[in-house]
Design a protein around this ligand. Sequence first.
Ligand SMILES: Cc1cc2nc3c(=O)[nH]c(=O)nc-3n(C[C@H](O)[C@H](O)[C@H](O)COP(=O)(O)OP(=O)(O)OC[C@H]3O[C@@H](n4cnc5c(N)ncnc54)[C@H](O)[C@@H]3O)c2cc1C
Length: 383
Amino acid sequence: MTHDAAVLKAAEIASRVLAPSAGQNDKAGRFSTDAIEALGESGLLGLLLPEDFGGSGLSPRTFAVVMATLAEADAAVAMVYLMHILGTATIVSARPEAKETLVPILQEIGAGRHLSTLAFSEAGSRSHFWAPVSRAHRNGDGVRISAKKSWVTSAGHAHSYVVSALAPQGTGPTDSTLYLLGADTPGLSVAGPWDGLGLRANASAPIALDDCHVASDFQLTEDSAGFPVMLNIVLPLFCLGTAAVALGLCRAAVAGTVSHLKNAKFEHLGQSLGESLPTLRAQLAAMQIDTDGLSARIDDLVEHLEKPRDTTMLRVLETKAAAGEVAISVTSAAMRVCGGAAFSKHLSIERLFRDAHAGAVMAPTGDVLREFIGKSLLGMPLF
Ligand SMILES: Cc1cc2nc3c(=O)[nH]c(=O)nc-3n(C[C@H](O)[C@H](O)[C@H](O)COP(=O)(O)OP(=O)(O)OC[C@H]3O[C@@H](n4cnc5c(N)ncnc54)[C@H](O)[C@@H]3O)c2cc1C
């Protein structure tokens, strides 16, 4: 599949499958299996997966456009897709000893029949996902893990979970190892409901691991080598992906606002809202400027990822931090401009506004990113 074909497929699925059901799925808190099936059939679940496994082997540039396109129609589905892409990238980077066992799973992903996700955050270490409090305990040729994973997107719907735990002999808080657990692993269960403010249709529920056995060929990283994979493989794609979700939300907010300003009328004045009020036009303009600014930031990050340099990690952190703020600000402006019609849920703007608040609290949170950026500029260690 080429870049253009992937973008066209994403746009087609967004308008045919995602957009018509986004409102109802949000209201019901319903995970869209239709959307995942459509993404699988189209080949988009294997977007970054190497061609050897049946994937398309495309780059972060295509990924960013696909993500924003899906998010413009339904950010909850886009976030499910993002976590799957991250899970897949982690499985692809597995240590050589695990590769042979993992090939059939990667081929299933390439065939669009396997959804993966990440289970990093824990009740004990909260947003500090790099420091799991659970620990793997050696058990024959594998390990046993008990853990309380506090938020797992696609919980109960994913076929596999990339799980972090402290290594059996790990001594420091970041001495984690990553493992792959199938959804049918004995002891793994969804441990509660998902009833979020936003992204209500992405099933980000807690999962419990109760003495789960993991065979050694499902150990993805060497002992204590989970942290560098989180930092070098997961973090750049996660920051790019969440920024693209923010961009999709901003574009949807601008489009929804334009439509409302054109269609809502002051009948006593014989004008639309947009024709009548320059203040609304100015706020709409500011929304558009911020949206295009975010788009330029994302392009800049893509360029940094394509040609890594000293400033690449800084850009990774900055882009997610900025995107979280822009999404909140643009969707808040849309709520204000569209007034009571937005507040009373007659428009989809309020869903965008709620969904936009997730980016800044998803780890690394906006506060943590600013802390990392500040420390990095001062030459201080981040951890
Ligand atoms: C919709 C959604 C989906 C998610 N999906 C997944 C998933 O698939 N997999 C997964 O592993 N996790 C997932 N998460 C979890 C997410 O990544 C965070 O771990 C979680 O949102 C943190 O919430 P908390 O209340 O534990 O934050 P807390 O850690 O309690 O943070 C509370 C406040 O303290 C601030 N804070 C924390 N540390 C610092 C610091 N060092 N400096 C300054 N301020 C700080 C935070 O910014 C925040 O404002 C998801 C979360 C959401 C909302």
